[in-house]
Write a protein that binds this ligand. Structure first.
Ligand code: NAD
Length: 393
C-alpha cells in the first residue's frame, strides 16, 4: 500500500507542501490528502485590499479544486477538530478520522487578544476573506448610519495595532472610503480614523525614515496615530487606553498580533508558547514523522537569535522545503535545512504609496518603486503557484 501523507491546512505553507511533494512522488508512490476549512486558497497578504474595497473576492481566493485538478491530491473541506501525534490520528469536524505515515501541520495562527478584557467580543479581525468582507460592509454601514444620525461613534474607526496588518489596512480605508462617504453625502473629513499602537512607533521592523514617511503619507489622508498607548480594555464601543482615555467608536479592527492555535498545543507535539518546536529540517522536535510549517511552527535560524517571523514568504518557502524533506525522510536520504531567502519587507500605504526594505543590503524604497515592488511580489506568488499547478489564472 502506498504511503499516506496528510497535510493540515491549505494556506501558503500547506499548499506549497502539497505541490512540492508531487514533484518527487507520483500517485502510486504516495497518497496526498489536504484538509482545509475553506474551499479556497486565500491570499491573506492581500486581504487589506478586500477589506478596503479596492479588489474583488476572486482576486484573493482561488478554489482549491481548481488548483488541485489533475494533481492527484485528495481534498477534504472540513475544519480540523483535533489531532493526536501519539495516536497518529486526525479528527475532522465532518466526523471522519484520518491516519497517516507522515503529517504536515500547516494550520497557521490566529489573532492574539492577549487577555485584554472585552477585546475579542467587541472587535473585528483580518484573517480571512470572510473577515475582510465583514470589515468592508461594517464600515460602509456605519458611514450610511452616520449620514442619517450624525452619531460620532459611527464616524469613528479605530485600528488596534500598528504592525504591517494594521498599517496596510488603514491605508486602504483612507484611499477607498472617501468615495463611499461621498456616496452617502458625508464629508470624509468628518470621519475620525485612528490607529492605536502600544509601542513607541508603528512598523518597528522598518527604519525610522520610512516610518516617518509612512506616518506623513497616512496623516495627509486623515489618519491620526496614537502611539505608546496600549489598548487595555473594551466595553461595548468604549475603547480604553493605558493613559486612562477612552475612545468611543462603532468600528474597532484588532490587528495586535498573532497567537498560536490551541489545537497545535493540545496535539502532543512539543511546543513553545503554543507553537510547535521544529529542527532545522522543519521536523517536530518531539515527533519526526510530523513536519510543521508556517505560523504553526517556531523555527530558529542556525545562528540563533529571534525565530523566523510568521510571514507569507517564510511559510511559502517552508512548504516547498517540506515537499522534498518528506521524500528524503521516506527514502532514507539526507534532509535539507531550512534556509529562506529574505525578499524584504513591503508595506503598502493604500493604492499609490508604499514603503519597503529590499535585498541583502536592506535598500529602502518608497512611493512608486515600493508600490510596484509590492504588486510584483503578489504577482510573483500567484504566477508561481499557478505555473506549478499548470493553471491559467
Ligand atoms: P504584529 O505582531 O507584527 O504587529 C502587531 C502590533 O500591535 C505591534 O506593533 C504591537 O505593538 C501592537 N499591539 C499589541 N498589543 C497592543 C495593544 N494592547 N494595544 C495597541 N497595540 C498593540 O502583527 P501583524 O501586523 O498582524 O503581523 C503579523 C506577521 O505578519 C508579522 O510577522 C508581519 O511581518 C507579517 N505581515 C507581513 C505583511 C507584509 O509583508 N506586507 C503584512 C501583514 C503581516
Amino acid at each position: 500500500m502506498s504511503k499516506q501523507i496528510v497535510i493540515l491546512g491549505a494556506g501558503y505553507a500547506g499548499l506549497l507542501s502539497a505541490l512540492s511533494v508531487r514533484e518527487y512522488y507520483n500517485k502510486d508512490e504516495v497518497q496526498v490528502t489536504v484538509v482545509n476549512q475553506f474551499p479556497t486558497h486565500q491570499i491573506i497578504t492581500e486581504l487589506h485590499r478586500l477589506a478596503g474595497g479596492s479588489i474583488s473576492e476572486q482576486a484573493v481566493s482561488i478554489p482549491l479544486e481548481k488548483l488541485f485538478k489533475g494533481k492527484d491530491i485528495d481534498l477534504i473541506i472540513s475544519k480540523v477538530e483535533s489531532f493526536s501525534v501519539d495516536n497518529k490520528e486526525v479528527k475532522l469536524a465532518n466526523g471522519s478520522t484520518l491516519s497517516y505515515d507522515a503529517l504536515v501541520v500547516a494550520l497557521g495562527s490566529q489573532t492574539g487578544f492577549f487577555g485584554i478584557p472585552g477585546l475579542e467580543e467587541n472587535s473585528m479581525v483580518l484573517k480571512s476573506v470572510n473577515d475582510a468582507n465583514k470589515i468592508y460592509k461594517h464600515i460602509e454601514d456605519r458611514i450610511r448610519e452616520y449620514a442619517q444620525t450624525n452619531n460620532e461613534a459611527d464616524a469613528t474607526i479605530v485600528i488596534g495595532g500598528g504592525g504591517l496588518t494594521g498599517v496596510e489596512l488603514i491605508g486602504e480605508i483612507v484611499d477607498h472610503f472617501p468615495k463611499i462617504a461621498k456616496k452617502f453625502g458625508v464629508d470624509f473629513k468628518d470621519l475620525k480614523i485612528k490607529l492605536v499602537e502600544a509601542g513607541p512607533k508603528i512598523l518597528p521592523v522598518l527604519p525610522d525614515h520610512l516610518i516617518e514617511r509612512a506616518m506623513t503619507s497616512l496623516e495627509a489622508r486623515g489618519v491620526e496615530f496614537l502611539t505608546g498607548l496600549p489598548v487595555t480594555g473594551v466595553k461595548g464601543n468604549q475603547i480604553e487606553l493605558k493613559d486612562g482615555q477612552t475612545i468611543t467608536a462603532n468600528t474597532l479592527v484588532w490587528t495586535g498580533g498573532v497567537a498560536a492555535l490551541p489545537i497545535v498545543g493540545e496535539s502532543g507535539l512539543e511546543v513553545d508558547r503554543g507553537k510547535a518546536t521544529v529542527n532545522e529540517f522543519l521536523q517536530s522536535k518531539s515527533h519526526n514523522d510530523v513536519f510543521v510549517v508556517g505560523d504553526s511552527a517556531v523555527a530558529f535560524p542556525p545562528e540563533g537569535g529571534r525565530p523566523y517571523a510568521p510571514t507569507a514568504q517564510n511559510a511559502w518557502q517552508m512548504g516547498e522545503l517540506v515537499g522534498y524533506n518528506l521524500y528524503a525522510a521516506f527514502e532514507g536520504k539526507k534532509l535539507e535545512e531550512f534556509s529562506p531567502v529574505n525578499s524584504g519587507t513591503l508595506a503598502s500605504l493604500g493604492r499609490k504609496d508604499a514603503v519597503a526594505t529590499v535585498g541583502a543590503n536592506n535598500t529602502s524604497l518608497k512611493g512608486l518603486p515600493a508600490t510596484l515592488m509590492k504588486e510584483a511580489s503578489n504577482v510573483r506568488y500567484l504566477s508561481h503557484i499557478t505555473a506549478l499547478f499548470s493553471l491559467a489564472y
